[in-house]
Design a protein around this ligand. Structure first.
Ligand code: PRP
Length: 210
């Protein structure tokens, strides 16, 4: 089935290569974390192609040049725990961002997200948010996080992840048709316990050695 237009699967050869090493069950925690960081950076580059720019004159050693600057107040919203691994790579490209953590875990029986951490202030302090989470499985965690950010008053939101299941894409794009999704791959399906197949296993456990 064709993907909705809001879903962007990276066509980049480096992303495909690194994702394959990430999936490999013989990849150890340290290499796994490094790959997550690198993939986050590459996907962030693709997800920020439409960042608005303002004009800026810059003085080079030879004279004046017409330059640009990004002025948008950007927030990163990693979904704890597994989303933490994506923060460093994104911050290498966007060092000035604010990071707002949202804590959600998936109830093992119902597969529904349960919120356990949210310290967002009353008024939004950013105009665009990048939601970071490596896995879009049922989509419940991502949908709930975007619900929270929309209630907070954020104008523009994007989701950045590594692997999505078709079921998660369907749930997310139905709930939030205005939120672009940037991922490295869309896999075959969810299994009976809500894991993405073939996926990469548990992204949180593989990053943190638990
Ligand atoms: C994983 C993953 C997502 C969520 C995806 O987190 O990192 O947050 O599950 O599932 P969903 O799309 O069905 O909601 P998990 O609940 O395992 O917590 P963790 O990050 O603490 O390991």
């Amino acid at each position: 089935m064709p993907l909705p237009a809001q879903v962007h699967v990276s066509p980049h050869p480096l992303v495909k290569h690194k994702l394959s090493v990430l999936r490999d069950k013989s990849t150890e925690h340290r290499a796994f974390r490094e790959l997550v960081r690198e993939l986050a950076l590459l996907l962030c580059y693709e997800a920020t192609q439409d960042l608005p720019l303002t004009a800026r004159t810059v003085e080079t050693p030879m004279g004046l040049a017409n330059g640009h600057k990004t002025e948008e107040a950007i927030g990163l919203v990693p979904i704890l725990r597994a989303g933490l691994g994506l923060v460093d790579g994104v911050m290498e490209l966007l060092p000035q961002v604010q990071v707002w953590h949202i804590g959600l875990y998936r109830d093992e029986k119902t597969l529904r997200p349960v919120q356990y951490y949210n310290k967002l202030p009353t008024e939004p302090t950013v105009s665009v948010c990048l939601v970071l989470d490596p896995m879009l499985a049922t989509g419940g965690s991502a949908v709930a996080t975007v619900d929270i950010l929309k209630k907070w008053g954020v104008k523009r939101i994007k989701y950045l992840g590594l692997i999505a299941a078709p079921e998660g894409i369907e749930a997310f794009t139905s709930a939030h048709p205005d939120v672009p999704v940037h991922v490295a791959a869309v896999d075959e399906r969810l299994n009976e316990i809500g894991f993405i197949m073939p996926g990469l296993g548990d992204a949180g456990d593989r990053q943190f050695g638990t």
